[in-house]
Design a protein around this ligand. Structure first.
Ligand SMILES: [Cu+2]
Length: 244
């Protein structure tokens, strides 16, 4: 399974790289010290910390070390925040003139759809977007295409192995959708696997999620629930179809 949104692949690789570097330092240090400072059988070591039974050990610290392991991780966190800023900003862009513009005006004679395009960093931008609704409920998803015509948005049901009867949401490639979401019972979260995005649906509160269906999107992908919501949570599935 691949994530079809290159911004996440870039983020993933970058975070994995830093995890490996930090892991190598932390575990290298740990193993080095574990073996280096092991006493041999019968060896008598000098009591550098002046450890005595019943007496609190002498404080033995190193200011440079304390500063280093506070400042370096802090700088790394600042860097990773900076690095994630662009992708996160694109994921949570405004519905009022953000990277996807404004809601499409279907009466505008110049309207030709979202015409979304992906830049070299994987960020998708659009001329305009379409609004749909997603409702979470124990234990199924409901999709509402609102006023959109069938070629832009369509719903259906289908029987899938393991999951049984699941709803199908069919969206058009090159178009960008703004899902306005709600839940009628507990918290759920649709996870659009190939888009690599998920967002909570919360009872009594509206949340939103951008669904930018790029030309490179896989034809069929899964939507699962990513927030534990009770007995049938694991089979609370749906299918996303990206059509031409
Ligand atoms: Cu759920």
């Amino acid at each position: 399974m691949t994530v079809m949104t290159p911004i996440f692949e870039g983020l993933w690789d970058h975070y994995i790289l830093w995890s490996v570097i930090v892991g190598a330092i932390a575990f290298g240090w740990l193993y080095h010290h574990s073996f280096w400072f092991t006493s041999k059988d019968g060896e008598k070591l000098p009591n550098v910390d002046g450890i005595e039974v019943g007496v609190f050990p002498k404080h033995n610290d190193d200011m440079r070390l304390e500063v280093a392991w506070t400042v370096l991780p802090f700088l790394l966190i600042v860097w990773l925040t900076y690095y994630s800023w662009g992708p996160l900003d694109a994921m949570w862009t405004s519905a009022e003139g953000g990277v996807h513009g404004y809601e499409c005006d279907y009466d505008d004679p110049e309207y030709t759809g979202s015409n979304n395009v992906m830049d070299s960093s994987g960020i998708i931008s659009s001329d305009c977007y379409h609004v749909i609704e997603i409702t979470g409920q124990q234990w199924f998803w409901s999709f509402d295409c609102l006023e959109l015509n069938d070629s832009l948005c369509d719903t259906d049901t289908e029987t899938m192995e393991v999951y049984g009867s699941v709803p199908v949401l069919s969206l058009k490639k090159g178009e960008t959708y703004f899902a306005v979401m709600d839940s009628i019972d507990v918290t759920h979260a649709p996870w659009f696997q190939h888009l690599g995005t998920k967002e909570d649906t919360v009872p009594g509160q509206q949340t939103t999620l951008w669904l930018a269906i790029s030309e490179s999107m896989t034809e069929e992908s899964m939507i699962l629930c990513a927030e534990y919501c009770g007995d049938a949570h694991s089979i609370m599935a749906a299918k996303l179809v990206a059509h031409n």
